[in-house]
Design a protein around this ligand. Structure first.
Ligand code: 6R9
Length: 571
């Protein structure tokens, strides 16, 4: 078989011709799938949960199939609706207002999802945080968003510098242990006692729903702000790209601290009334295969970093499980290696559909539909209703096969509406009517897009975006570290690993113990995924005349490449 072209398979897909749906396409038609199109009243939590809870044929269907090493639970649409109503009632009791930011810092659990919808139902803005975040990361996000309420656990609360966050007025704790109710709100007690009905706050399509923080190459993490209108695209891509049907059992492996874990771990499946598998606990190839097998997962949305681990785990393991229910696999977050596509065809006899999008774009933009031919190494083509192009630095569209900035014509439904408290940053994304992604790519003659790399210095390690600046800032907080420059170093399994170059303060000697101490310092102070796997000590860190660390140069050194233009180099 020709591995540069993987044909579509026969199937009863929601979209049977890419060209046809693109030509006829009209966002207005999609809107008719929503109740608000008739009523004029909108809330994404209603469309994803309550609507199905009110529908006699869906109310007792399993919405959330939770599976973790120590807990398994099935939650129906009706139960999810009632539990999120209970959370909304508790929020109301404690005076949470429309537009307030309520952050979630807890493990993936049924309580997380009830809380998430409870926040939306009261018209507040949800801010999900990765469970792995350490103090600095938590502080930056709560400070910038001016969150007034945090829902967390007693263990994770230890990483919240409460005394330094004056706006954070209320903390809700989820625990089976006794809770000091003079200081905290007891989630279990309050929710159990709350009413199961709630008058949902009808909001505007352009009202805030969600903030996801994401790292850039400079400065603190950016709060990417999304509104209820985004659900239109979550729904549409769920239909066309994921190909969701009512009897599917769908599993998106992403954490809700990442945009994939909300857009496609919450909205797309539940807007379609589909059974959604949520897995808690750590990753092992065995436990993930078991989840696919045991729960008869039909569509699996995951990331190249996980897929590469399955490749490493070997084919023998695959044969121990039954994957006959799977229809296709989907991928996002990093370039999907052609080897992985070939592997999945061989061992699962399934296609992997790559999808490209960003925290800022809110939903998939460049995709492989089930009815499309796959060209391994390419991310696919733009979804209906969206124009993508390669533009130069002035915003002029370039011809096919020329490398440049991957850009999207402004105005798709799920586009971010702001960078929280940073209008200048928001404006800087746009050029000549185009949203400029920061990725470099080219388009072939047939309209397939091919990813080349990030234009800035953002590191993508195991699918997590890490800003070098954040890591450098933490490194130099260590008493032994004078200066630091951080880069992503290509790695076959993780995509990139974090490598740090540092200079030492006088009086410090290089040693393995010292390097390990520095690594742990970042790990416990920032987060595990941001800790450098490699640290190298240098006499100086290359900088530009304006004082900017030349990470590009560090990278060239590391990879043994020509150093290019060094005219702005300091010394
Ligand atoms: C959803 C998400 C966005 C950045 C993006 C790009 C990289 C995402 C990709 C891909 C190659 C793909 N990326 N999908 N690179 N092929 N299919 O990943 O959001 O965490 O904001 O990252 O990830 O560099 O610009 P986010």
């Amino acid at each position: 078989m020709d591995m540069t072209r993987i044909p579509a398979r026969e199937g009863n897909y929601n979209v049977t011709s890419y060209e046809e749906v693109r030509e006829k396409f009209d966002w207005e038609e999609i809107k008719k799938a929503f109740t608000w199109y008739e009523t004029g009243k909108v809330n994404a939590a209603y469309e994803a949960v309550d609507k199905h809870a009110n529908n006699p044929s869906l109310q007792d269907k399993v919405a959330l199939l939770y599976t973790a090493p120590d807990r398994e639970e099935k939650v129906t649409f009706s139960q999810l609706s009632k539990r999120s109503n209970q959370v909304a009632n508790v929020l109301k009791k404690y005076d949470v207002q429309k537009g307030d930011r309520v952050f979630l810092f807890m493990p993936r659990s049924p309580e997380f999802y009830a809380s998430f919808f409870g926040i939306l139902k009261i018209g507040a803005i949800a801010g999900p945080l990765f469970e792995a975040f350490m103090e600095q990361a938590v502080r930056d996000r709560l400070e910038d968003s001016e969150a007034t309420m945090l829902i967390t656990t007693p263990e994770l609360l230890q990483r919240v510098p409460v005394d330094e966050l004056p706006k954070l007025e209320q903390i809700v704790l989820i625990s089976d242990e006794e809770i000091d109710t003079d200081k905290y709100i007891d989630f279990n007690k309050e929710v159990t006692n709350a009413a199961e009905t709630f008058d949902i706050e009808w909001v505007d399509l352009e009202d805030g729903m969600l903030i996801h923080y994401t790292s850039g190459s400079t400065g603190k993490p950016k709060g990417v702000y999304h509104v209820h209108n985004a659900m239109i695209q979550h729904y549409a891509t769920g239909k066309w790209v994921i190909d969701l049907k009512e009897d599917d059992t769908y599993w998106c492996t992403a954490d809700p601290g990442w945009v994939t874990g909300t857009s496609y771990g919450i909205f797309a499946p539940w807007l379609h009334g589909v059974t959604n598998v949520i897995r808690g606990g750590r990753f092992t190839p065995e436990s993930w295969y078991e989840t696919l097998d045991k729960h008869h997962v039909t569509i699996w949305y995951t990331a190249p970093t996980a897929l590469r681990k399955f490749v490493s785990a070997g084919e023998e393991l695959v044969r121990q499980y039954d994957f006959s229910h799977l229809r296709h696999i989907m991928s996002v977050g990093e370039p999907l290696n052609p080897e992985v596509i070939t592997w999945a065809l061989r061992v699962f006899d399934l296609r992997i559909h790559d999808t490209w999008w960003m925290t800022e774009t809110g939903a998939m933009l460049i995709v492989n539909l089930p009815c499309m031919e796959i060209r391994p190494g390419s991310m696919g083509k733009p979804i209906p209703g969206v124009d993508a192009a390669i533009v130069d630095n002035e915003g002029n569209v370039l011809p096919p096969n020329q490398m440049g900035n991957l850009a999207i014509k402004k105005g798709w439904p799920s586009m971010m509406r702001a960078i929280w408290s940073n209008p200048g940053k928001y404006e800087s994304y746009f050029l000549n009517g185009w949203y400029v992604s920061g990725d470099s790519a080219y388009m072939d003659e047939d309209g397939y897009f091919w990813f080349q790399g990030r234009l800035d210095d953002v590191i993508n390690t195991s699918g997590e975006r890490v800003g070098p600046f954040e890591v450098e800032s933490k490194l130099i907080e260590h008493k032994a570290v004078a200066e630091a420059g951080v880069i992503g170093k290509p790695d076959p399994e993780r995509g990139e690993i974090i490598k740090a170059f540092i200079t030492l303060n006088p009086g410090y000697e290089a040693s393995d113990e010292l390097l390990e101490d520095i690594r742990l310092f970042v790990k416990t102070g920032l987060s595990a995924h941001a800790a450098p796997r490699e640290i190298e000590i240098k006499d100086s860190i290359p900088k530009t005349r304006s004082g900017k660390i030349m990470r590009r140069l560090l990278k060239s050194w590391e990879l043994g490449l020509p150093t290019g233009d060094t005219s702005t180099l300091e010394e």
